[in-house]
Write a protein that binds this ligand. Structure first.
Ligand SMILES: Nc1ncnc2c1ncn2[C@@H]1O[C@H](COP(=O)(O)OP(=O)(O)OP(=O)(O)O)[C@@H](O)[C@H]1O
Ligand SMILES: [Mg+2]
Length: 392
């Protein structure tokens, strides 16, 4: 297997995740899922692996929605995907076909048209599409349908910017009611930005619903160690590096990269073929990579996104102080110790603000908490980068 950081992989190159995927199918028997975790952790590859090999009785449609800008584009896309899914099974969409009539399937700029040439209203497009799917499920073999929708927070944010907050709220409420009305249709919604940030924006203009509170939350996290080592070993071989002891070198690569497959691909792709690829050489290489200001490890967003998502008062400054303190410490810190440290560097701040920000940093997966309640960076490689990038 050749290193391919950030690229599209063949389903058979997507390593591990089997236990998680089995658990996801299990959850889908009863509930929908909202999957959120750090950027680049491997969410899209999980969707790809699920779509490539669904259990019997599931029809699966996967779509990245991040590029769509309006509710009508979204609804038209869902109709199209459903149409493709059912046509593949030689099944028809009765309601939609009747409704679209002579214009069946005609689109202008990605938006469905009605017989009179006007745009098909988005909410009706969605509800008729779901109704058709539901009817099909009853008529033929009880197949259930799963939509794997990637980058949903981007879709909602695009709609908010393009058509206003009202419309984004309506879309969320419609998704909620459709998912309740049609239990034979399941949704896995994914995104690297937490949906709580979208809701925070909408709450500012009066939105009070919790549209996804019945959705099960899933955070995949890094690979487990055996899968990470297996991936590293396959890539060491694929990259034709000079390795004496593949097992132990693969294990060190997994450790250095925190078992995150993207970083495993990236680090191995950067190793020179001319020198022996020892654990020490990998660590030196990693430090050099992370030091480069304009590196392509996608780590700078950890710093930059604070500006966008922590904009109130001096939240950004306090969040930075929390992360700096933990980066320097290098060992987990208790809440009291952390608060004192932050208060000694940023004024004005108080316990309440720090407490709220700690919760948010946990939700955004910057931090994790151990059994004793101590905080640390969720990924050691992010702490390593943070230290090199920020701490003089
Ligand atoms: N299970 C895996 N096996 C092998 N490689 C993987 C696996 N998961 C992820 N990768 C590698 O990491 C890259 C990023 O994965 P992916 O696109 O799934 O992340 P993501 O969580 O969807 O990121 P983003 O939030 O930016 O969309 C892939 O292109 C691939 O190189
Ligand atoms: Mg993705």
């Amino acid at each position: 297997m050749k290193p391919n950081p950030g690229g599209q992989l063949d389903p058979n190159e997507i390593v591990g995740r089997d236990a998680l995927i089995a658990e996801i199918w299990d959850i889908l028997e009863g509930r929908n899922i909202y999957m959120n975790d750090l950027r680049r952790i491997g969410k899209t590859m999980i969707l790809n692996k699920m779509a490539a090999d669904p259990p019997r009785g599931w029809l699966v449609s996967k779509r990245d929605l991040g590029g769509l800008r309006t509710a009508a584009e979204f609804a038209s896309r869902v109709y199209r995907d459903t149409h493709t899914l059912l046509t593949g099974k030689k099944r028809a969409m009765r309601q939609m076909t009747r409704w679209l009539g002579a214009m069946a399937g005609a689109e202008i700029g990605g938006i469905l048209k009605l017989p009179d040439g006007s745009e098909a209203p988005w909410k009706e497009t969605l509800s008729r599409t779901f109704a058709d799917l539901h009817e099909q499920q009853h008529q033929s073999g009880n197949d259930r349908v799963l939509f794997l929708w990637d980058e949903v927070p981007f879709l909602l944010d695009n709609i908010r910017v393009e058509e206003g907050a009202e419309r984004a709220m309506e879309v969320l409420d419609t998704l909620r009611s459709l998912s309740q009305d049609y239990p034979s249709i399941r949704l896995v919604l994914t995104g690297s930005v937490g949906i709580h940030h979208v809701l925070t924006q909408l709450r500012k203009v009066g939105y009070n619903n919790s549209p996804l509170n019945t959705f099960e939350r899933v955070s995949p996290g890094p690979l487990d160690r055996p899968a990470a080592t297996q991936l590293a070993k396959a890539l060491l071989e694929g990259a034709a590096l000079r390795v004496d002891e593949p097992d132990s070198v693969a294990e060190s690569v997994a450790t250095l990269t925190g078992d995150v497959p993207f970083y495993i691909h990236r680090l191995i792709s950067r190793m020179s073929k001319s020198e022996p690829a020892t654990p020490q050489a990998f660590e030196t290489r990693l430090n050099r990579e992370l030091l480069e200001a304009d590196n392509d490890w996608d780590l700078a967003h950890y710093r930059n996104r604070l500006r966008k998502y922590y904009p109130d008062d001096n939240d950004e400054t306090v969040a930075l102080a929390i992360l700096d303190a933990l980066a320097i410490s290098g060992t987990p810190m208790g809440q009291r110790q952390l608060m004192n440290q932050v208060k000694s560097t940023v004024e004005p701040t108080d316990d309440e603000q720090i407490r709220d920000l700690l919760k948010l940093l946990l939700k955004d997966h910057y931090l994790s908490r151990d059994e004793e309640g101590n905080y640390s960076f969720r990924l050691e490689i992010v702490r390593r980068w943070w230290t090199q990038d920020r701490i003089p």
